[in-house]
Design a protein around this ligand. Structure first.
Ligand code: ADP
Length: 522
């Protein structure tokens, strides 16, 4: 997600000190919430363990904030280490007794049901995401739509996990089979709470694993709500366990747990590195990581300018810029540089930002005050580095964590706003002359999550795409996900792929079986 060097001091402030952890004897396990879009729903507040919502063992709770109003929404129970133990026990029991040995058709059937239920409750789920994360309802609806499609896609994979027959001559019969790994720990971030839930849960369940998942402390609500749908879909108790809590406590315990055989993480490169180390030092659990990015978005002279400007907007301002594959470094060829910069500035200034529930709003709130502080600090860094502020660079003059779409031009390629992930609606625009120069600039990053290429020349598009070091390349589009197309990073952007057939590899291990044929008994 993001890596910040200037703000080490900020980063070191423990999340725990920013979000009060309180002792309550008890809070209700469900609270009625009125969403600003007129929907009232029941929000679970307990941990979801072994098929039931339960208070945490220590009865601690933490507050959940609405980023659009800066006000508390409610308190929910906070998991601690002892809750992780119970969740892992439940997941292990479910793995051994029902799930890993079930007919894959059953796993597919309940996942199809889950996808249908997500579609049925899509308005509620989109509302929860906007309330909890601050993203516009427009973005939240996009997420929920992809979540349902992805869970349905995983349902389809459930009975298509194949091995191979390996010919080695008449003396033996050999085959390989793919088996589930066991209890998987999953740690997800706050920028796409429900979408990341689906990218983690879907392939794990389809392949017969059980999970203990920790949502981000800032955005735990949708993972708890959707647990009701997990129950309703008939997914057996213990297969999915959701334990909201803090990274340094619950996340740490998941990463170091001896009985957790795999950890999947999406978040900052710094935390990913830490988790990989913890996994290595505990039980060498398998690790997949989806981390930060500083993705180039390249515009050639022959691009369709109108369509390209739309892609540049979607590339950086979608999800309020809180997206690891954001096209945060724009490179424009010199023949169209002035035209593109002008059109991009106008388009960014005409975007509607503010209350995520308001009709037509494209960009909602950033998710936290901490995020706002970091983004604005980068705006100051950009100015100090001598870049020209073309648009934005400030908060909206109202309550809520809103920042105007921000564009910097005349940037130096070795400056911090070009090198470091900002994780907000801030983009740099640079000029280039030749194809080779564009490729060199694009690849000058330790990250390698995504890239965009805009041109009408298919030969150029494919050639540049081949030379770009990134896990995803979008041509004449951006932030354009499909449940069947793999997503993941080169370099410091991660390990493993999510979505599509490749995601199944993360959650299976291969067993090779060699049988000697005794011809004497034939
Ligand atoms: P950010 O810094 O933006 O919050 P993180 O990468 O720290 O991003 O957070 C992503 C997820 O990782 C969250 O669920 C968070 O609680 C979790 N996390 C944070 N620190 C740790 C840690 N030391 N071990 C395990 N998980 C952690």
């Amino acid at each position: 997600m993001f890596r910040l060097q200037t703000t080490t001091a900020l980063r070191n402030i423990s999340v725990l000190s920013l979000k009060a952890s309180r002792n309550y004897s008890t809070i209700p396990l469900s609270v009625k919430i009125d969403l600003p879009n007129g929907i009232t729903y029941d929000q679970p507040t307990g941990l979801f363990i072994d098929g039931k919502f339960v208070p945490s063992r220590q009865h601690k709770t933490f507050e959940v904030i609405n980023p659009s109003t800066e006000e508390e929404i409610l308190h929910i129970y906070e998991a601690r280490e002892d809750d992780v133990e119970i969740a892992v026990e439940a997941a292990q029991k479910a793995f051994d007794s029902t799930w890993s040995t079930a007919d894959p058709e059953f796993r597919g059937r309940v996942l199809y049901k889950l996808a249908d239920l997500i579609e049925r409750d899509s308005e509620i789920l989109a509302g929860i995401e906007s309330l909890d994360n601050g993203k516009s309802l427009f973005c939240a609806k996009y997420d929920v739509n992809l979540v349902a499609k992805y869970i349905r896609s995983c349902a389809g994979w459930a009975d298509k996990v194949y091995g191979r027959i390996i010919e080695t001559g008449d003396s033996h019969f050999n085959y390989s089979k793919r088996e589930p790994i066991g209890v998987c720990g999953q740690i997800i971030p706050w920028n796409f709470p429900l979408l990341m839930w689906s990218w983690k849960i879907g392939p794990a369940l389809a392949t017969g694993n059980t999970v203990v998942l920790k949502p981000a402390e800032a955005t735990p609500l949708s993972a708890l709500y959707v647990s009701k749908l997990v129950q309703e879909a008939g997914i057996p108790a213990g297969v999915v366990n959701i334990i909201p809590g803090f990274g340094k406590i619950v996340g740490e315990r998941i990463a170091t747990h001896q009985k957790i055989k795999k950890v999947a993480f999406t978040g900052s490169t710094a935390t990913g590195r830490h988790i990989m180390k913890a996994a290595a030092e505990s039980n060498l659990k398998k690790v997949t990581l989806e981390l930060g990015g500083k993705s180039p978005n390249i515009v050639f002279n022959d691009a369709d300018i109108k369509q390209t400007v739309q892609s540049l907007i979607t590339g950086i301002f979608f999800n309020s810029g809180e997206i690891c594959c954001a096209g945060s470094r724009i490179y424009v060829q010199d023949g169209v540089y002035d035209e593109v910069l002008k059109a991009f500035k106008e388009a960014s200034e005409s975007l509607k930002i503010g209350n995520p529930f308001e009709e037509g709003v494209f960009q909602g709130a950033q998710t936290s005050q901490m995020q706002v502080d970091k983004i604005l600090q980068y705006v100051d860094i950009g100015k100090a580095e001598g870049a020209t502020l073309i648009a934005g660079g400030e908060r909206l003059n109202q309550k809520g964590y809103f920042i105007r779409p921000t564009i910097f031009a005349d940037v130096k390629e070795d400056s911090r706003i070009v090198k470091e992930e900002i994780f907000g609606p801030v983009v740099t625009v640079s000029k280039f002359s030749t194809v080779d120069e564009a490729v060199k600039l694009a690849n000058d990053s330790s990250y390698g999550l995504a890239a965009g290429i805009h041109t009408q020349d298919l030969n150029k598009a494919v050639d540049v795409s081949n030379r770009i070091k990134a896990g995803t390349v979008w041509i004449n589009t951006y932030n354009d996900f499909h449940q069947q197309v793999p997503f993941g990073g080169y370099g410091e952007s991660g390990i493993g792929r999510e979505m599509g057939a490749d995601a199944l590899d993360n959650y299976t291990q291969v067993k090779g079986v060699r049988i000697a044929i005794n011809k004497k008994t034939v």
